[in-house]
Write a protein that binds this ligand. Structure first.
Ligand SMILES: *Cc1c(COP(=O)(O)O)cnc(C)c1O
Length: 472
C-alpha cells in the first residue's frame, strides 16, 4: 500500500503539465480553482488507498495521473456550467414554485433588459430633475389596476406581511381566525411571521368554524388589526364557516381604531371565475368591499416577477413606505421593469391573454392541449419501435399554492422507452439540455402539454429523438 501511495503524483508536478495550462486557458478558469480540484482528486485517491481500496486497474504513477486529469477535466467543465438553467416544464403545473413560478411576458422581458442594461430613473424625478423615490414608480399603475388609493412593492408577499405587521401592529394585538393560521411552502407560517414582527397573535374560532362574534369578543384597546389570510393552498370542506370580508369590514367600521388587512396570497387581477375556474377573488373586488390593506404576490396568478404588492388606504401605505424596513425589503429595478409591463398587460384587456403566459396557460383549453399532445406523438411515430406513447385525458393544477382543489382538464402523453427504465429516462430528460422535468405515474413518464409552449415543442421532440439511438 505504501508503495502505491508513493505512486500518487504531487500537485506541483501536475501544475507544471501542459494539461494544466491548457485547462486554465481554454476554459478561462482561475488556476487556483483547477489546483483545488486536482488536490481534491489526489486526496480522494490517497484516502481510498489508505482504506485498502484500489479504485483503478493497473495502478501506477501514469494511470493515477491519467485518472486525476480525467476527473479534473470533467469537474472543471461542470464548474463552468450555469447553475440557474432553463427548464421545460412538463408537469402541467402552471405556477410551479420549484420551477420559478410565473414566466414573464415578452414585453416584460424586453423592458427588464432595457432597464438593466442602461441607467434609469429608478430614484429620479425626470420632470423636476430631482431625487425621487422608487416607491412611487409603479404606484399609479397599481392603483389603476386595483382601484386602491395607494400602493407599494416589496421583495415578496412574505415580506409584505412582515412589513405590515411590524409597521402597523408591533406590540399590539392582531386577530386571526384559527382556520387561517396557514403554512405556505415550507418556511412561511402566519404564526411565525407574527411573532417575528412582535405583533401579538390573538387566535379566534376553531379550525373549521369562526363566527363574527368570535372576532367581536376578541376586540380590545390593545387590538390593532384584524388579519384575514387567504387559505390559498388548502380547502376546508364539510362543516365549516368563515366570516365574510363584508362582515369584517362592518365590524372594523364600528371599531374605528382597527385596521383590516387581508393577505390575499395569489392576488388575481384577472377574474378566472368568469372562465369557470376556481373561486379566487380579484384584488379590485376586495378593495371595493372596504378592506384597508391587501397584499399579494407578483409571481403567482398575477404572472409577473417575484414581488410583494401592498395596496390600500393612503395613510397606511405612507406609514409603510417611511418605515425602516421598507429600505430592507426594497426591490430591484429589474423587478419594477418586469412588474410594470405585466401590469400594463392588464390595462389592455385584448392583449392580456396573448401576452401573459400564466393567464394563457391557466385558461388554455383541453382541445388546444390535445393538439400539442397529438403532435408530439405524430412526430415520434418513426420511433414507435422504441417508444410506447399514449394520449390520455387528465387534469393539471394551477400550483404555487393557489386554487387548491381546482383541476384543469388537460391531455397528457404517457411514455415508456423499450430499453430505458422509467426512472432512468426521467433522469436523462432532467439532466439534458434543455432540462425537461416530467412526472412519473404507474411506471410511465407523463408529459402534460399545458405548460409546454409551441416554441418548446421542437426541442422537446428533438430530445426524445436524440436518445432513441436511431438518429442518423
Ligand atoms: C404565497 C403566499 C404568501 C407568500 O408569498 P410569497 O410571494 O411567496 O412570499 C403569503 N401568504 C399567502 C396567503 C400566500 O398564498
Amino acid at each position: 500500500m505504501m508503495q502505491l501511495l508513493r505512486e500518487l503524483p504531487p500537485v506541483h508536478e501536475l501544475q507544471k503539465s501542459n494539461r494544466f495550462t491548457s485547462l486554465v486557458e481554454k476554459l478561462s478558469i482561475p488556476d487556483s480553482q483547477v489546483t483545488k480540484i486536482i488536490q481534491a482528486e489526489i486526496d480522494y485517491l490517497r484516502e481510498e488507498l489508505l482504506a485498502g481500496n484500489v479504485p483503478i486497474e493497473k495502478p501506477n504513477k501514469l494511470t493515477f495521473t491519467e485518472y486525476i486529469w480525467n476527473n479534473t477535466e470533467e469537474k472543471v467543465l461542470k464548474f463552468k456550467q450555469d447553475r440557474l438553467i432553463r427548464v421545460i416544464n412538463g408537469t402541467g403545473t402552471v405556477l410551479h414554485t420549484n420551477l420559478g413560478r410565473a414566466r414573464l411576458s415578452e414585453e416584460a422581458i424586453t423592458h427588464v433588459v432595457s432597464v438593466a442594461s442602461n441607467y434609469s430613473n429608478l430614484e429620479y424625478k425626470i420632470s423636476e430633475g430631482k431625487r425621487g423615490s422608487r416607491h412611487d414608480i409603479l404606484e399609479e399603475l397599481l392603483t389603476e389596476v386595483t382601484g386602491a388609493e395607494a400602493a407599494m412593492v416589496v421583495n415578496n408577499n412574505a415580506a409584505a406581511v412582515y412589513l405590515v405587521l411590524r409597521a402597523l401592529a408591533k406590540d399590539k394585538e392582531v386577530i386571526v381566525s384559527r382556520g387561517q393560521l396557514v403554512e405556505i411552502g415550507g418556511s412561511f407560517r402566519v404564526s411565525s411571521i407574527m411573532s417575528e414582527s412582535d405583533a401579538e397573535l390573538v387566535e379566534v374560532g376553531t379550525t373549521n368554524k369562526t363566527h363574527l362574534y368570535d372576532y367581536q369578543n376578541a376586540i380590545s384597546e390593545k387590538t390593532a388589526m384584524i388579519l384575514k389570510v387567504h387559505t390559498s393552498n388548502f380547502k376546508t370542506i364539510g362543516f365549516t364557516e368563515t366570516v365574510a370580508t363584508e362582515e369584517l369590514v362592518e365590524l372594523k367600521r364600528k371599531n374605528s381604531h382597527l385596521i383590516f388587512y387581508e393577505d390575499l396570497g395569489s392576488g388575481s387581477l384577472y377574474d378566472f371565475r368568469n372562465e369557470g375556474i376556481g373561486e379566487e377573488p380579484v384584488v379590485r373586488g376586495v378593495i371595493e368591499s372596504g378592506v384597508d390593506l391587501v397584499s399579494f404576490s407578483g409571481d403567482k396568478l398575477l404572472g409577473g416577477p417575484q414581488a410583494g404588492i401592498i395596496v390600500g388606504k393612503k395613510e397606511y401605505i405612507e406609514k409603510l413606505k417611511s418605515h425602516q424596513l421598507a429600505r430592507v425589503l426594497r426591490v430591484d429595478k429589474m423587478t419594477f421593469a418586469g412588474l410594470e409591463k405585466t401590469l400594463r398587460s392588464y390595462l389592455s384587456s385584448q392583449d392580456l391573454v396573448e401576452q401573459l403566459p400564466t393567464v394563457r396557460d391557466i385558461i388554455k383549453t383541453d382541445q388546444q392541449i390535445y393538439e400539442q399532445a397529438n403532435d408530439f406523438c405524430v412526430q415520434l411515430k418513426k420511433y414507435s419501435e422504441l417508444y410506447h406513447l399514449q394520449v390520455l385525458a387528465d387534469t393539471s393544477q394551477v400550483g404555487g399554492g393557489t386554487m387548491p382543489g381546482v383541476k384543469l382538464p388537460t391531455y397528457i402523453v404517457t411514455i415508456n422507452h423499450k430499453n430505458i427504465s422509467t426512472p432512468e429516462l426521467a433522469r436523462i430528460l432532467r439532466t439534458g439540455t434543455p432540462a425537461i422535468v416530467t412526472r412519473i405515474k404507474e411506471d410511465k413518464i407523463i408529459i402534460d402539454f399545458r405548460t409546454v409552449t409551441k416554441k418548446e415543442m421542437p426541442e422537446l421532440i428533438e430530445s426524445f429523438i436524440s436518445l432513441s439511438g436511431m438518429d442518423d
